[in-house]
Design a binder for this molecule. Structure first.
Ligand code: 1GP
Length: 233
């Protein structure tokens, strides 16, 4: 299995349930200099809206990954470079840790293991849809998050640890502590990155920053700034 994310600095996450700003195309987003496009979201995701985004991005020269929110929206498609499968380490419901995954395997049998990688999520914004859905315990300090990251890496062999503040800029101390705790795993940070400075702040510690809503709310130039910051840090 290849692990291209080890060389990445920036991911653009496109939510198929959200509109793009007027005049912006998926092609424009693919050409922002981001290392990879990750297609996924928490609410309102269907095979149809996922498929439409994949099709629009597939013709552009950028790594393309699917991040399904549940087994029924996994699309098998040769144009994808791979599948990032979230497992939420601080979920209150075991469904989001291993049960959804068990159902997927039970229904599908043999998955495309070569292209399938889990992301060990630690969900930190209690206001985010993902926190509500997974009943995540977000009342964690930097030591807790760092310890979760160590558990993910050392005990569960996770290649990707994802500190997720979706919708808000996170606590830089948490990200710093988590970065210090991870050794082999690649640390993804996502949440509230909205300009050069916020991108640079988190990219100092995280291996890869993930930018989401900015693409839907602001557009190309704003995303480009975050790519530059990620590469500068
Ligand atoms: C969401 O981590 C990503 O899964 C990015 O968050 O939408 O807040 O940029 P934002």
């Amino acid at each position: 299995m290849t692990t291209p994310w080890e060389d990445w600095n920036h991911i653009l996450k496109i939510d198929p349930d959200k509109e793009l700003p007027e005049g912006v195309t998926y092609g424009d987003l693919c050409a922002t200099g981001t290392d990879a496009i990750e297609v996924g979201g928490t609410m309102g995701i269907t095979r149809e809206n996922m498929g439409a985004v994949i099709e629009a991005c597939a013709e552009h020269d950028v790594a393309l990954y699917l991040e399904p929110s549940s087994p029924d929206v996994v699309l098998e498609d040769d144009v994808l470079d791979g599948y990032f499968i979230p497992t939420v380490f601080n979920a209150g419901s075991p469904f989001w840790i291993t049960e959804a995954h068990k159902e997927w395997v039970r229904l599908e049998g043999d998955l495309d293991w070569e292209r399938t990688t889990t992301e060990a999520y630690i969900v930190m914004n209690p206001e985010a849809d993902v926190a509500t859905l997974t009943e995540a315990n977000c009342d964690l300090d930097a030591d807790d998050v760092a310890a979760y990251a160590t558990v993910a890496e050392r005990m569960f062999g996770q290649e990707i640890v994802y500190v997720e503040y979706s919708g808000m800029l996170g606590d830089e101390g948490v990200v710093e502590a988590t970065a210090a705790a991870t050794d082999e795993a690649t640390l993804f940070y996502g949440g509230g990155i909205h300009d050069y400075d916020s991108a640079h702040l988190m990219a100092q510690y995280a291996d890869v920053i993930v930018v989401g809503d900015l693409a839907h709310d602001e557009g190309i130039e704003a995303v480009r700034e975050t790519v530059v910051a990620a590469n500068d840090a």
